[in-house]
Write a new protein. Structure first.
Length: 164
């Protein structure tokens, strides 16, 4: 995230209420084994070269987590980052300074994880780390069904439902 904030971002800081979504995302930010997950994915993630520059790996991983926690499709994840300040902050995107992952980039990242069977390795890394983070994840199939246009991902509980 860039060092300079937008006016909307500064106004958001001054609001009084902390929403359940914000609390959930702050807790997940604290308990997820980010460094371990990044090390797991990094060998397979595209490197900068002559073509289009890849978005930051951590940004893509955080977007992937949002998809699971809030049951978002690829286009919905892109829209949620644009629409929600708390989700933008979690993904570490500042509008005007950073690139928001588009739905195709999100799809390609998810396919990269599935292609290298990293979805189950991510789940194992989470389950081996924090019990709080592990309770947000339930194992499930992580492959694309040939007859279904929508991918099947491991199910993760929605954020605010966990806090009840």
């Amino acid at each position: 995230m860039g060092g300079q904030r937008t006016f909307a971002s500064m106004a958001w800081n001054a609001k009084g209420k902390v929403t359940r979504r914000e609390r959930f995302l702050a807790e997940m930010d604290a308990v997820m084994p980010w460094a371990r997950l990044l090390r797991l994915i990094e060998p397979y993630y595209p490197k900068a070269g002559n073509g289009r520059q890849p978005l930051g790996l951590e940004k893509m991983l955080r977007t992937y987590c949002l998809q699971h926690w809030f049951n978002l499709s690829d286009p919905q994840a892109e829209d949620a980052i644009y629409d929600s300040e708390s989700m933008r902050r979690f993904v570490r995107v500042e509008l005007g300074d950073d690139v928001v992952p588009d739905e195709t980039t999100i799809l390609r990242f998810r396919h990269l994880l599935e292609q290298h069977d990293l979805t189950s390795a991510i789940l194992d890394a989470i389950n081996g780390g924090s019990k709080r983070a592990a309770c947000c994840c339930a194992p499930g199939p992580s492959s694309m069904r040939p007859s279904s246009p929508r991918p099947v991902r491991p199910k993760m509980l929605m954020g605010p439902a966990i806090l009840r």
